[in-house]
Design a protein around this ligand. Structure first.
Ligand SMILES: Nc1nc2c(ncn2[C@@H]2O[C@H](COP(=O)(O)OP(=O)(O)OP(=O)(O)O)[C@@H](O)[C@H]2O)c(=O)[nH]1
Ligand SMILES: [Mg+2]
Length: 300
């Protein structure tokens, strides 16, 4: 632990291929759901900050979209820019991989990091999925050949060894004063969190069928005199034919999504919530820089 005169501060980028558990990890470290998660790859599209205070020490985690070379759509280019920007500006990198071993995609990221491996902690996630923990040993031996700062096996979902990880993180951060108020846990506002939460429930409800160009925009969000929140959300899709998938038979799917999202919003806002969801079509929004900007996507 640091003395009061020598606090630590730094930005920590969380990177890794899609679906390895980056967002689950940022939520577990911060102790609050600040970034949505799902069993489907490419869930995170934005840069999301999560702030962890330990005494006077402060770590600012940056959740990033899964790193992958994919199609050339504007949305993918923007997601890749988010990862590169996070790498440029951070003091420390958490490279998340799965405990079952490195894939080609993981190796590509290790290559991309190059000299920055010295500032990288490899987080070996999902150890709870291993039938025999001994199977981890050859993998850890393999990681020893990578010139990284440290590697820490954990389970973000089951909260195993998170303390060891946060110790390793704070040990690696430079000295400096905290930059964010101690009560702040994320940089994102309530509208962003509401939109993301609705998107999470949509992904869960549709899983295999989820149309690629699906996004959520909060058109209106306000609190009335009785403290009740009124939220109007637009669900954007790219094709008219996707409407029936989102809405479901007799509107059942959309209704279930609305109920689940509303219940979680009640918890976050600690107030009653009236939520209205509207499905709308805007063709090719995910390949238009202008539309992305309008929908609140940014590359930083
Ligand atoms: N068993 C197990 N599952 C985990 C663990 N951590 C994450 N998961 C699951 O892995 C899936 C992906 O988790 P996310 O946190 O959304 O992964 P991500 O890396 O942020 O994914 P993208 O944003 O799409 O790049 C979800 O179903 C999580 O519940 C873990 O420690 N153990
Ligand atoms: Mg994510």
């Amino acid at each position: 632990m640091n003395t009061a005169n020598n606090p630590k501060f730094g930005e920590v980028a969380i990177i890794g291929r899609p679906n390895v558990g980056k967002s689950t990890l940022i939520n577990a470290l911060v102790g609050e759901k600040i970034s949505i998660t799902s069993a489907k790859p490419h869930t995170t599209r934005h840069r999301v900050l999560g702030i962890l205070n330990q005494g006077l020490n402060q770590a600012v985690f940056v959740d990033t979209p899964g790193h992958e070379r994919r199609s050339n759509r504007a949305l993918h280019r923007l997601m890749a820019r988010v990862v590169h920007h996070a790498l440029e500006s951070c003091d420390l990198i958490l490279l998340v991989v799965e405990a079952t071993g490195l894939t080609d995609a993981d190796h590509k990221i290790v290559e991309l990091l190059g000299e920055r491996l010295a500032d990288t902690i490899i987080v070996v996630n999902k150890i709870d999925k291993l039938k025999h923990i001994d199977t981890l040993l050859p993998f850890l031996a393999q990681l020893q050949t990578i010139p990284c700062a440290a590697f820490v096996p954990i389970s973000a979902k089951r909260r195993i060894s998170l303390e060891q990880l946060s110790k390793a993180i704070f040990a690696a951060l430079p000295a400096g004063p905290a930059m964010f108020p101690i009560e702040m846990t994320t940089d994102r506002d309530l509208a962003f969190r509401a939109a993301e939460l609705i998107r999470e429930k949509l992904i869960d409800a549709m899983y295999q069928e989820v149309p690629y160009g699906l996004t959520v925009e909060i058109e209106h969000m306000s609190q009335n005199d009785e403290g009740r929140w009124l939220i109007h959300a637009l669900i954007w899709i790219e094709k008219e034919s996707h409407k029936s998938i989102v809405i479901g038979k007799q509107g059942q799917r959309l209704k279930a999504v609305g109920t689940k999202a509303r219940l979680e919003l009640v918890e976050i806002l600690n107030a009653s919530v009236h939520l209205e969801l509207w499905v709308k079509v805007r063709e090719h929004w995910s390949d238009s820089e202008q539309e992305l900007h309008r929908l609140g996507f940014d590359s930083l």
